[in-house]
Ligand binder design. Structure first.
Ligand code: GA4
Length: 357
């Protein structure tokens, strides 16, 4: 419930004075979704950080653990098995390469659409596994097509149950946001997620321990030299992240310094994305974030990127515009923004092309 308390602000300012490259910032805005004032806490956090942590989120722990365990099983397979699912284009299994323009990280991942018929998705995976199994004669690959299909089937079951609860929570947060912004109707943002055509994406990232990094303390926190996932903002409305208890996530403060987010496997972290920045005409800022590797523990994160339908016009919400206030952005659809994002490098400022001069 508490957002940035006084000691937190002191900690924050002394951090700025010392200007250390990164620090463990223990007072990440915390929103208790069961409290009546949570809508105000959400607005404050989105204005100050573009980032907050939520508790009492209503996502069952069993559903989280089930997906985590299925994902762990998948990532423990030999590389050649995982590669049977085909190259990410952009969906599928990816290893080190992020996007299509030369970005790399110490990470492997699964990138999936959320609005596809699950049976269809499994079928497509099944087909590419079948083709790749024929091509790949490597003796370290031991799973037959059927075994692989079974593994993916259980993964998909766990994924569907997890995504259902996370989507519900994300909608609640977006409705609280509308209430806090005093805009009507309260589903003005959540309806974009509820739309059958919602272009949301789900990602599971696995960051294996990175042996080259010297541990700085008992937790094996790295020195930040090895990047798991480079700095970027998310293009969507909001992103809902859950990770295991391994550190690595850092967010950038407005003036450019980085702070480490203490991990908490029972909570979720919410990022403001570029689309929400535009919809609030810059009142909320999308948060720049990155992941640094850990030398001893592996990190597993699961992220639901809440995207609108491809045809949706992304523009400041009319009810947020006062008097003769002008939009800071040119008009564009989510399809146009996504296309432009996929042509960019990870660290690029993607909104710059859509700003009015
Ligand atoms: C960042 C947020 C999501 O992970 C993602 C990423 C996407 C990808 O990995 O394919 C992008 C990246 C993300 C933004 C710029 C482009 C596209 C990699 C990249 C270099 C799935 C998304 O929607 O945008």
């Amino acid at each position: 419930m508490v957002v940035v308390s006084k000691p937190a602000i002191e900690q924050f300012s002394s951090y700025l004075k010392n200007n250390k490259p990164t620090t463990l910032f223990t007072q990440i805005p915390l929103v208790d979704l069961s409290k009546p004032d949570s809508k105000h806490q959400i607005i404050k956090a989105c204005e100050e950080f573009g980032f907050f942590k939520v508790i009492n989120h209503g996502v069952p722990m069993e559903s989280i653990s089930m997906l985590e365990s299925e994902a762990t099983k998948f990532f423990s397979l030999p590389l050649c098995e995982k590669q049977k699912t085909g190259q990410p284009q952009p969906y599928g299994y990816g290893h080190k390469r992020i996007g299509m323009h030369g970005d790399v990280g110490w990470v492997e991942y699964l990138l999936l659409t959320t609005n596809q018929d699950p049976s269809l998705h499994s079928f497509q995976t099944f087909r590419s596994v079948k083709q790749n199994t024929k091509r790949n004669g490597n003796s370290f690959c031991f799973l037959g097509v059927f075994q692989f299909y079974l593994l993916f089937f259980f993964f998909r079951v766990a994924l569907n149950s997890y995504m259902k609860s996370v989507k519900k929570m994300a909608c609640e947060i977006l409705e609280m946001m509308a209430d806090g912004l005093k805009i009507q109707p309260r589903n003005v943002l959540s309806k974009l997620l509820m739309d059958e055509e919602s272009d949301s994406v789900f990602r599971v990232n696995h960051y294996p321990p990175c042996p080259n990094v010297q541990p700085l303390n008992g937790n094996g926190n790295g020195n930040g030299d090895v990047i798991g996932f480079g700095e970027h903002t998310d293009p969507q409305i909001i992103s809902v992240l859950r990770s295991n208890n391994t550190s690595g996530l850092q967010i950038s403060l407005r003036e450019g310094s980085w702070i480490s987010v203490p991990p908490d496997q029972t909570s979720f972290f919410i990022n403001v994305g570029d689309s929400l920045q535009v919809m609030t005409n810059g009142r909320f800022k999308s948060v720049k974030h990155r992941v640094v590797t850990n030398s001893v523990k592996s990190r597993l994160s699961m992220i639901y990127f809440c995207g609108p339908p491809l045809s949706e016009k992304i523009a400041p919400l009319p009810s947020l515009m006062r008097g003769d206030q002008q939009s800071l952005y040119k008009e564009f659809t989510w399809f146009e923004y996504k296309k432009s994002a996929y042509n960019s490098r990870l660290a690029d400022n993607r909104l710059i092309h859509f700003e009015k001069i």
